[in-house]
Design a protein around this ligand. Structure first.
Ligand SMILES: *Cc1c(COP(=O)(O)O)cnc(C)c1O
Length: 290
């Protein structure tokens, strides 16, 4: 299967006009950029594969999207986590509940086995692997086509990073195209800047293809609750009517707004989905700050 190209919308936030690439609308059952990263597996047949093995957190967007992929393909899906919070175990919701409903088998406190036969597909945490390039190139092509249609010569692109896979392959595709091409900016949400750069290097050793990394001065911990994050998330919803994800996007927007030089050209922000994960983050924020 293939995806129709996702729409681009023009929004105004804090009196700035910003283009928004709605990758969150790509597919009702896939979480935004995970649909891009897994596109290769959807597009091709794998007659020998009968199982996906992966690992990460029990709330992850990638976990949920893998459960959708496995279900569509008729594959088993085994997922390895360090731990599952008691509250989540007793009240399954969000990505965790969705993945279980799709047939995910979860292993707690065990290290994933390295597959020894060709019938098992190992997907790295967060879908960080070379096959992701296929779908992200299609995203890059959609952006280039949109630019041409709308006569937008210069363009900055911003998207927040976890593993950095999406930003890296996007940047690599554009730099490969040459000429006047968009510049890709990103920020680390999971670790710090040096962690993100290490992630880039694992996928692409030539740094000329890497995106430009922007940060805030203050340290930020993934999954922790920050009042500033909640405030900007609410404000985005009020001013634009768009629901963003609560883990990556609030930091992404804060970093972007702190860099006026990036906003001085037409700017395209990529909405990478993840809204199903808000089912667990939003009640936590409401309990703490409402
Ligand atoms: C997974 C995810 C990211 C991070 O993507 P990477 O390719 O790992 O950098 C960002 N935003 C959302 C909503 C995600 O689900």
């Amino acid at each position: 299967m293939t995806f129709d190209s996702s729409p681009v919308q023009s929004i105004v936030f804090d009196n700035r006009q910003i283009f928004l690439k709605r990758d969150d609308l790509l597919h009702p059952d896939f979480s935004g950029n995970k649909a891009r990263k897994l596109h290769y597996f959807l597009q091709n047949d794998f007659p020998n594969i009968h199982k996906i093995v992966s690992y990460g957190s029990a709330q992850s967007n990638a976990m949920y999207s893998l459960s959708v992929l496995a279900k569509m393909k008729g594959w088993e899906f085994e997922y390895y986590v360090d731990h599952v919070a008691e509250y989540l175990k007793e009240n399954p919701h969000g990505n965790y509940e969705g993945a279980l409903k799709n047939g995910m088998k979860i292993h707690v406190g065990r290290v994933p086995p390295i597959p020894t036969n060709k019938n098992i597909l190992l997907i790295e945490e967060g879908g960080r692997q070379k096959e992701a390039e296929y779908g992200i190139r299609l995203l890059a092509q959609e952006i280039v086509d949109w630019q041409k249609e709308n006569n937008i010569d210069e363009l900055n692109i911003f998207l927040p990073s976890g593993t950095g896979t999406t930003a890296l392959f996007l940047s690599k595709t554009f730099i490969g195209i040459g000429g006047t091409r968009p510049t890709v900016y990103t920020c680390p949400c999971v670790g710090d800047e040096s962690y993100l750069k290490k992630q880039f290097l694992e996928l692409e050793s030539d740094e000329k293809f890497h995106p430009t990394v922007l940060t805030l001065e203050k340290k930020h911990h993934f999954g922790k609750l920050y009042k500033e994050n909640y405030k900007i998330w609410l404000k985005l919803q009020q001013q634009t009517g768009v629901e963003f994800d609560l883990l990556y996007d609030p930091l992404g927007w804060r970093v972007l707004l702190a860099h006026p030089e990036v906003l001085s050209k037409p700017i395209l922000y990529i909405h990478q989905g993840g809204v199903l994960g808000n089912e667990s983050m939003l009640p936590r924020y409401q309990r703490k700050y409402d």
